[in-house]
Each structure stands twice: as C-alpha cells, then as structure tokens.
Design a protein around this ligand. Sequence first.
Ligand code: ATP
Length: 282
Amino acid sequence: MIYETAPAKINLTLDTLFKREDGYHEVEMIMTTVDLNDRLTFESRKDGKIVINVEHNFVPSDQRNLAYKAAKLMKDKYQIKEGVTISLEKSIPIAAGLAGGSSDAAATFRGLNQLWEINDTLENLSSLAAEIGSDISFCIYGKTALCKGRGEVLTHLPKPPSAWVVIAKPDIGVSTPEIYGALNLNNRHHIPTEDCQRALNDGDYELLCKSLGNSLEDVTMGLYPEVAKLKNTMKNSGVDATLMSGSGPTVYGLVQKERQAKQVYNALMGCCNEVFVVRLLG
Ligand code: ATP
C-alpha cells in the first residue's frame, strides 16, 4: 500500500495574457502550496481495474474523477497490467480555486510511479500530466513556481517567507470555464508578477504582500458579489494582504503570527462554513 498527500495550491499571482488559437488562455501565474491536504492510498489489484473509493456528494467516483484519469493515463503509457484501488479522503474544498482535483491527480501520478515500480522522473510525470489538466504539472512538484502557457510550463521559484494563511470559501462552487468565458481581456489591469518573483527571490514578506494580484478576481466578483463581500471582510479583519485564488470563489489572507490568524479566523467564521488556518508550505 502506498500513501500520498495532495496539498492545495493558492495563486500569489494570476495574469491572463491573451486567448490562443486552441481556445485556452495564455496565462502567467505564481502558485505556491499550503498545508491543507487530501489523503490518498493506492492498493494493487490483480484484475487490472481502476477503482476509486471516495465518499463525497460532489466528487465523482468514475472515469470523471481526475485521479481515475491519471491512473488510466499511467496504465496506458507504461503498459501496466495490474490495476489499482485508489481511496480518496477529501479535505480540500471542491470547485474552490485550490486545485483539489488536480492535486489528487498529481498524487496519483506520484503514487502509481511507486506502486507499479515505474520509477520515472518527476519531470517526465509533469509533462505527461499536462495531457489531462493544466494545473496538474505544477501539482506534481507542489512547492512554488511561475507557471506559463496553459499553466504547464514551469519555472521553479524559492519558497515564500514563512506565513500563516487563512483560507475562506463562500458556500458557492465556481466553474473555471464559466469565469474564463466571462473574461474581457480589454479590461486587464497590471498584475505585478515580476515584483512577486523578486519578493520570493529576496524572501521579502512586505513586498510579497504588495505584489499579490489576480486578473480573474473582478470577473468572479462581478458574477458572485459574495466573493467581493468576503474579500472586504477579510481586509477588515486585519490581514496583511488578501486575494482570490484561481478562478475563485476562495479568498485567502496572509498574516505572520498565529495569534493574528486566529483573530481573522474568528472574524470569518460567521460568513462562511469553510474556513481554514494553515501554513504556507512552498
Ligand atoms: P482549479 O483550481 O484547478 O480550477 P478547483 O479547485 O476549482 O480546481 P476541483 O475541486 O478540482 O476544482 O473540482 C472541480 C470539479 O472537478 C468538481 O466539480 C468535481 O466534479 C470534479 N472532480 C473530478 N475529480 C475530482 C477530485 N479528485 N476531487 C475533486 N473534484 C473532482
């Protein structure tokens, strides 16, 4: 039996550059990892089947599950006869902008790489992962990276200065295609990607706080006013910086002390059910 954890990611930046001929948006984003994890176990099966065990109303346990897709791709690519039972314990909120499904898929690539004794490099797994989802390549490594292309072209970056992250998800799910569909590239504002990169290179927490930015934030907030309201509550609760992650609706805040994180947590508990206090892992 193999165990893997699948950590959530947050966006420190997300910039949408232009729409490509293949229909995807060319993006530039800096993502990092937080200590909020799904847990997966992998058990070999003789019958060659891929079976997903997950008890969650909004997570499919069939071929639509990203962990299933990852396992099928590994099985075909490396011509594996064995099967696998994948048991998934979800803690990362669903359809939240935290890449929960992508991280489960990435954990599946890593887990099966061991279980089936494939022993391929993370670099090769990361390229293969791009076939089934744009964020999975990043999630193969976790850590911190500048992600370009559809998100699959990675430049590794130093981990962020130590901080607490308060993560709050309003009680709505947001579909990423819906948000990209409503995006108007003529309304783009400057996203300080280079400043954020400098903050990481210099370990500069203050600059990091000033350089958070997400060009999807206004789009999601236009469609879902509760996200703007949550960000306001987060700002007023004493965080050093706050941003929506991915296409939302999750909003996070950064603070340096655990005591502050608890204060922010208490301020937010009234407005949404899913609030977490975690560490930036990077
Ligand atoms: P991203 O930040 O990459 O856009 P997300 O956090 O917005 O991801 P997910 O939680 O990954 O979104 O899930 C989006 C949809 O994918 C869900 O509605 C769910 O039906 C489907 N899905 C497939 N596999 C999984 C999985 N292993 N965990 C969660 N959702 C999954």
